[in-house]
Structures are given as C-alpha cells and as structure tokens.
Design a binder for this molecule. Structure first.
Ligand SMILES: O=P(O)(O)OC[C@H]1O[C@@H](O)[C@H](O)[C@@H](O)[C@@H]1O
Length: 296
C-alpha cells in the first residue's frame, strides 16, 4: 500500500512507499530523528536560506524546528479530492526573530495521490507588521533511494548552466546528454524545466520530479570521502542515494507584507521498462492523475 511518513521535527517527510510497500526515499541508517541536526535523508526543507547563501546556519532553520499540525489551513487552490494529506505550519519563535527578524507563516501540505504520487506544497506568507519585505532562498532537499549510483542518470538538465559548488560556485554549461555519477557532484542548475527524471537502470524505475515556483535544481552526491566525514551517514551509503532538489536559489524570492509565495514539488515513481528505457516526459504527464497546470 502507498504510504508516507512526516515528522513534526523539521516538517520533514521521512518515508514514501509505493503500492508494494517498497521505500522510495533514502534515509541513512545513522540518521538521528531529533534536534539539533536535521534528519539525514527523506525531504529536509531548506528555508529561509539554501546552503550558506546568507548569514544563517547551513540550509536555514526550518529543518531544525518543531512544526505543528495546522488544523485550520486556508483553502488550497489545488483540488484535493481522494488525496490523503496532512497540513503543517511553522511560525518563528522569539529566538528565530533574533537571527532572522521577519514574521512569517509557512504552511506545508504533504499529500499522497490515489496513484501514489507524493505532493508537497509550501505556502510562505510575509506577516511583518513593520511594513518590511523579506527575501529567502529555498529547496526541497529530496534524497531518492536508488539501486547504485553508477546505474543512475538524471535527465532534463542537459545544456543548462550550473554553479559548481566544488569549484567556488563558478558557472559552467552542462555538456553531457544526461548527468551520470563517477565522483562527488554538487551543482546548482539554473533555470531548469518543470520536469526532471532520475532513471535507475538496475531498478528499472524512473522518478519524475515535477515542480512549480522553483526554477533551480541542485544535484548532489557526496561520494566516498565526504560520506566518511559525515557522522550521520554510513561510509558506503552514497551508493544508494542521490539528491535532486527543487530550489529557488539564484534569484531569491522576495515577499512584501501580506504577500504569499507557493512552491510545489510532485514526485512520481514509474517503471522505466514501460517506456522502453526512454523517458518521454509528455507521456508521463498525460499518464499522471494530476493535471500539469496544477503544478506550474
Ligand atoms: O549536510 P547538509 O547541511 O545537510 O548538506 C548536505 C548537502 O546539501 C546540498 O544541497 C548541498 O549542495 C551540499 O553542498 C551539502 O553538502
């Protein structure tokens, strides 16, 4: 049976299972499910800062805070019939306001469609009473579970420019017809399409990432050396995960008081063999139970 699991700690999705009960997200065997560090795996939320693009702690504080269930969320524009969902909310504490002096309401809906797609919708509102705008960067830091990193390719980012985190964020243009992994990789692809595919040849499975309001995409695998340096990550676990993160980084999002931003992520897992190993994004969209216009 399809299922999902969400922790109030971090507003963090830690499990997404397909109809056979197989796990689709990677969570480290060494993950710690309590403060102060974010859970290693699943879908951490990077807000209000991605990485060290600012003065806050790495990836912002939202992934390290205890969220609450939102019992009375304002209506969502997307139809939610037949979906199982939970609504969470995060508001800044007095301590948070000292490090990031902006009032906000962050509403997160995590939904599972009847077809098993996992959908995350973030709605962030500026509730500043002092008339001030604020800006933030953002990412859904999704860890996908894969058979073996050497069997995986990421399609949809070819010919795009990226900032290479391993080379002082210098800008390059992707030359390959897909991204394959042979060593550590940590890049921010810019102005990406609303669909990206992660093709796992050995599992004969393709993850399709669809996103809205999130122009950038981070692709990350720490490889062996960095894996060993992470205390909450097994030495060999880099082989079984890849992060493809729907993000808004290059151009921060700015909200005036009263304004709201929406960022959507929709994940599907489809058998690659069905497409004879060739992903046809249009066909995937047509086969989806969710209309495309609900995501972008
Ligand atoms: O260890 P953290 O803070 O969860 O970050 C993990 C990785 O997250 C990725 O998004 C970054 O691009 C990497 O540079 C970083 O190493």
């Amino acid at each position: 049976m399809n299922s999902k699991k969400v922790y109030l700690y971090g507003g963090h999705v830690t499990s997404w299972k397909d109809e056979h009960g197989d796990e689709l997200l990677f969570v480290s065997n060494k993950a710690i499910f309590k403060p102060p560090k974010a859970i290693r795996g699943g879908i951490p939320i990077c807000f209000p800062q991605f990485s060290n693009f600012g003065n806050l702690e790495q990836h912002g504080f939202a992934r390290n805070r205890i969220w609450t269930i939102d019992t009375d969320p304002p209506p969502f524009p997307v139809p939610t019939s037949n979906t199982a969902y939970v609504d969470l909310i995060l508001k800044p504490t007095e301590e948070d306001l000292k490090i990031w002096p902006h009032s906000f309401e962050y509403r997160l809906r995590v939904a599972l469609s009847p077809g098993g797609d996992l959908m995350l919708t973030s709605r962030i509102r500026n509730t500043n009473a002092d008339g001030k705008s604020f800006s933030f960067t953002f990412a859904y830091h999704t860890y996908f579970k894969i058979s073996d990193i050497s069997e995986v390719r990421v399609e949809g980012l070819e010919t795009l420019d990226y900032l290479d985190n391993l080379q002082d964020r210098s800008r390059f243009t992707e030359q390959g017809d897909a991204i394959v992994f042979e060593s550590e990789l940590d890049r921010i692809y810019l102005g990406t399409p609303s669909k990206i595919a992660i093709i796992d040849h050995e599992m004969k499975r393709t993850f399709v990432v669809r996103k809205g309001g999130l122009p950038d995409a981070v692709v990350w695998n720490p490889w062996d050396k960095k894996a060993k340096a992470m205390s909450d990550f097994g030495d060999d676990e880099y082989k079984r995960m890849v992060c493809v993160e729907a993000a808004a980084i290059e151009k921060p999002v700015t909200l005036k008081p009263g304004e709201e931003w929406t960022g959507k992520l929709e994940l599907s897992a489809v058998p690659s063999s069905y497409y004879s190993g060739q992903l046809d994004p249009d066909r995937v969209i047509q086969d989806s139970s969710v209309p495309e216009d609900s995501i972008s």
